[in-house]
Design a protein around this ligand. Structure first.
Ligand SMILES: Nc1nc2c(c(=O)[nH]1)N[C@H]1C(S)=C(S)[C@@H](COP(=O)(O)OP(=O)(O)OC[C@H]3O[C@@H](n4cnc5c(N)ncnc54)[C@H](O)[C@@H]3O)O[C@H]1N2
Ligand code: MOO
Length: 432
């Protein structure tokens, strides 16, 4: 990195028991520590319309019957079924039409034998009527109608309460609100729901070589791609991006102060870069001397250096991700996204699948390799091959990938024909 200001001096080795950063920790153990430290966010009442993707902490109970009244399932004529029992094409039954009942008509009509009303789908069935004759079985008359076929009592009537009764459970606590849940909750009269909020995540990039995209580069400089990438990853995970800031060594506000300031507003802070073994490692310099943040070597490739802790008065999780772009994204998906799910009260995780390797690759010993791959469909099977070079800086290859393959630590050579556990990259869809 091109930093110019030194931190507080050489980094001290961490005391035993707080994690020796030189001894790799497994992905499972490191993630386990994070998940044990984070807590679901406090729920609040909010408009159902603004709650897509959020998790209910209270069940939705219907305040109404569904349907709320007997109503017609078809456009046709509300009749007394016995009136049309003898109807046929050769001998249609003629009934006078007393008028229309449209959906939304709030008049409570009565119907006696020997008459009918034209009725529309969703309109309340007049008291006394016990069936609806679809318009297709009639001549469609307005003042009088010829019915050409009989219908059974109850035909094309949706009964009050046949779906849901007032007081029934519509959605249990724990439901993550998706469009179909929103439909049921709306119909049941739930204008507001009690949900856990989406975590608000602040992103901080570090490194004096970084220039915002859109600005010209000088020799030695690169565009800040982790800031936009991590913001996108936050959004793709269903969380809210509270801020994306870059902190350089020449900035007036020291990194630790920026982290603590953002930790007052955000539910999590994610930093990129500055945690490894170099002379200028701003995140390490800001936090390694305290007890709040642990710096670890994780047995994962990419994503070896990691930092995590709870910071500020609100004890907000701080994720120190490595700066290499591929490492940063893989680290986000492996450690940050699961933690955000816990904070949002979500129980599940991304769908994984198994795929056959069509072209092999090498994998480092004793590390979980999160290999970037191209996932394709082959008949009923899934196939993967590497998306290109696997270096942690290879953004072109990352952009060609749509998935990652998880190569276990004991595998050093992935061979054609092997089965691999595969996870789609955030936001990717299964290929056609
Ligand atoms: N002597 C050692 N050197 C390194 C080790 C090691 O164990 N010993 N680990 C390597 C590994 S693995 C990784 S990963 C990186 C992690 O380093 P940092 O997290 O401290 O990240 P930086 O040094 O700040 O940057 C690394 C790399 O990524 C580029 N970068 C940083 N931020 C951004 C950004 N926002 N957008 C795009 N690119 C970014 C930066 O320019 C560097 O090239 O350390 C290795 N070194
Ligand atoms: O861990 Mo680094 O992420 O291998 O590049």
């Amino acid at each position: 990195m091109g930093a110019h200001r030194r931190g507080a001096g050489p980094h001290q080795r961490r005391p035993p028991g707080r994690g020796d950063p030189l001894t790799p920790i497994s992905v499972e153990a490191y993630l386990g520590g994070i998940l044990a430290a984070v807590r679901p966010l406090e729920p609040s009442e909010r408009a159902l319309a603004d709650s897509l993707g959020l998790v209910l902490t209270e069940a939705v109970i219907s305040s109404v019957d569904l349907p709320g009244f007997d109503n017609s399932a078809m456009d046709g004529y509300a009749v007394v079924a016995s009136d049309v029992a003898g109807a046929s094409a050769d001998a249609p039954v003629r009934l006078p039409v007393l008028g229309d009942v449209a959906a939304g008509d709030t008049t409570a009509y009565d119907l006696g034998a020997g008459s009918c009303r034209r009725i529309m789908t969703g309109a309340p069935v007049p008291a006394g009527a016990d069936a609806v004759v679809p318009v297709e079985l009639t001549d469609g008359g307005v003042d009088a109608v010829q019915v050409r076929e009989p219908v059974a009592a109850g035909n094309a009537i949706r009964r009050a309460g046949e779906d849901v009764r007032a007081g029934d459970l519509v959605l249990p606590a724990g439901t993550r609100l998706l469009p179909h849940h929103v439909a049921a909750a709306s119909a049941a009269g739930a204008a507001t729901v009690r949900v856990r909020p989406a975590p608000r995540v602040a992103v901080i990039t570090t490194g004096d070589e970084l220039v915002p995209v859109g600005e010209p580069l000088q020799y030695g400089q690169i565009h800040d791609s982790n800031g936009p990438m991590l913001r996108a990853a936050v959004l793709a995970s269903g969380a809210v991006c509270a801020a994306v800031v870059h902190v350089g060594d020449r900035d007036a506000e020291p990194l630790a102060d920026v982290v603590l300031r953002l930790a007052e507003q955000a539910d999590a802070v994610v930093t990129s870069g500055g945690i490894s073994a170099g002379a200028y490692e701003p995140v390490k310099e800001a936090f390694s001397s305290g007890a709040d943040v642990r710096f670890e070597t994780v047995a994962m490739q990419p994503g070896k250096p990691q930092a995590f802790g709870l910071v500020g008065e609100r004890r907000v999780p701080l994720f120190g991700l490595p700066g290499n772009p591929v490492s940063s994204l893989v680290s986000f998906e492996t450690f940050v996204a699961p933690a955000l799910r816990v904070m949002a009260g979500r129980a599940g995780g991304p769908a994984g699948l198994r795929a056959t390797v069509t072209r092999g690759w090498r994998s480092p010993a004793n590390k979980l390799q999160v290999a970037r791959v191209v996932l394709t469909r082959s008949g009923d099977d899934w196939c993967v091959e590497p998306s290109g070079a696997q270096g942690s800086h290879i953004l072109g290859g990352l952009a060609c990938a749509n998935a990652v393959a998880l190569v276990p630590p004991d595998v050093t050579q992935v061979r054609e024909g092997d089965w691999m556990d595969v996870r789609l990259l955030p936001g990717e869809e299964l290929p056609a």
